[in-house]
Design a protein around this ligand. Structure first.
Ligand code: F3S
Length: 402
């Protein structure tokens, strides 16, 4: 790989051992993909996970004196003050989160603790070269905002934030951003929830860049969020196109760059039913213990909807809604938190579903509107029935799901 004198100096340790190691990691990745050079980035998002390997790498970088040149936004762990006060985490778990916080703070990250930065705190421009990790964030910034990032890992995105560059390959280049799979959507699309199910068709769609047709001419921000999150729960996708909706797909021809699709996949109602009933959801028609929303983080529009549905009512089981501190703060000003709390629910900031703070629900059954929310916590022993948001709200009010 061709490196500038400055890059070579960085590798040789002129800017410290941390920057040198970060660049070494990136050169290794770049060489695997035949990247000819490094290019500057202007934005980054790190999918911090507050798990062992994540903390190991962040603390290693701290010990080596690294500091981010492009301060990235970061994913959620869990809200320490909230869960400590409620006695829902052990001392060891709290200490882990504290160390994660300290490490990322020392590295100079923007401690947003939010997995939907593309909705408010970190919105890139079209064609901007960036380094984003996080399953819903990468496809969103590529597909919806027209920015350019590869599907970075938490560690490679952190390295890019430290060095300020990324290897030039893959989705950074025009020729690799064209679609190659035509996905004809013939299933009924009923609101944002249907995009969760469409995203979960990753196994049927197969590897590549899908080009969706049949989705009309408006797709909401929440629907894009759901589609990207689930595409990367059921498969691995850095980008998609929706003809007539996303900026690099004004027409079918433009989406494929004038080439023919390698294959065509048709999505039907039967696909949705099969995936929901047989693959991702526990069976319904049962009592539930809790409801969990916000994986990826809930938007202001959704909080408004939930508060409207809960106004003046009482929940039969606890309802937890995860969101960013910014959205929570706005919801407070809008009076939505009062309504949700009066019903017996709560809004939790900075928190992810895949965290130890939820272990009180081990062996219990919850409802959620998100297949991703069901997927990760399952390994911690939580079970979920997946339904659209209104059915989940009704279930939380009744204590049972249809
Ligand atoms: Fe966000 Fe964690 Fe879900 S990062 S998308 S809440 S698994």
């Amino acid at each position: 790989m061709e490196l500038t004198r400055d890059m070579r100096d960085m590798l040789d340790g002129k800017y410290g051992e941390g920057a040198s190691l970060a660049l070494k990691v990136q050169v290794g990745i770049g060489e695997c993909f035949d990247a000819p050079r490094m290019v500057p980035i202007t934005n980054a998002h790190v999918a911090l996970s507050n798990q062992e390997a994540d903390l190991w790498f962040a603390e290693k970088m701290v010990k080596l004196g690294a500091r981010t040149k492009i301060p990235p936004t970061v994913n959620p762990g869990f809200c320490l003050a909230y869960f400590e006060e409620k006695n829902m985490v052990t001392e060891e778990e709290a200490d882990h989160m504290r160390r994660t916080h300290e490490a990322y703070k020392t590295l100079g990250c923007r401690l947003t603790y939010n997995c939907t930065p593309y909705m408010d705190t970190n919105i890139p421009f079209p064609n901007e070269i960036i380094a984003f990790s996080e399953s819903s964030a990468t496809p969103y910034v590529n597909s919806v905002w027209g920015a350019r990032t590869n599907r970075e890992s938490a560690q490679s995105a952190l390295c890019a934030a430290i060095t300020g560059v990324a290897p030039e390959y893959g989705l950074l280049l025009d020729e690799n951003r064209k679609g190659n799979i035509l996905v004809e959507v013939k299933s009924r699309m009923e609101g944002d929830f249907s995009f969760n199910l469409l995203g979960y068709m990753g196994k049927k769609i197969g590897p590549g860049i899908p080009v969706f047709t049949g989705l009309g001419d408006y797709v909401s921000p929440e629907a894009h969020r759901n589609l990207g999150a689930e595409l990367n729960t059921s498969g691995a996708y850095g980008m998609y196109h929706i003809v007539g909706v996303t900026p690099e797909a004004p027409t079918l021809e433009a989406a494929f760059g004038g080439k023919k699709p390698q294959r065509t996949v048709v999505i039907t109602d039967e696909d949705f039913e099969r995936v929901l009933e047989k693959e991702i959801s526990d069976p319904g028609g049962r009592k539930i213990d809790f409801a969990l929303f916000g994986c990826p983080h809930t938007s202001t529009k959704e909080l408004l909807h939930i508060a409207d549905r809960l106004y003046g009512k009482k929940l039969a089981v606890p309802l937890w809604i995860m969101t960013s501190s910014l959205t929570k703060s706005n919801a407070g000003k809008m009076g939505l938190l009062d309504v949700i709390r009066a019903a017996g629910g709560d809004v939790v900031e900075d928190t992810c579903s895949d965290q130890p703070c939820w272990h009180l629900y081990k062996g219990k059954v919850g409802v959620t509107e998100s297949p991703k929310c069901a997927y990760y916590p399952r390994k911690r022993g939580l079970e979920f029935v997946i339904r659209d948001m209104d059915t989940c709200i009704d279930a939380a009010l009744k204590g049972e799901v249809e």
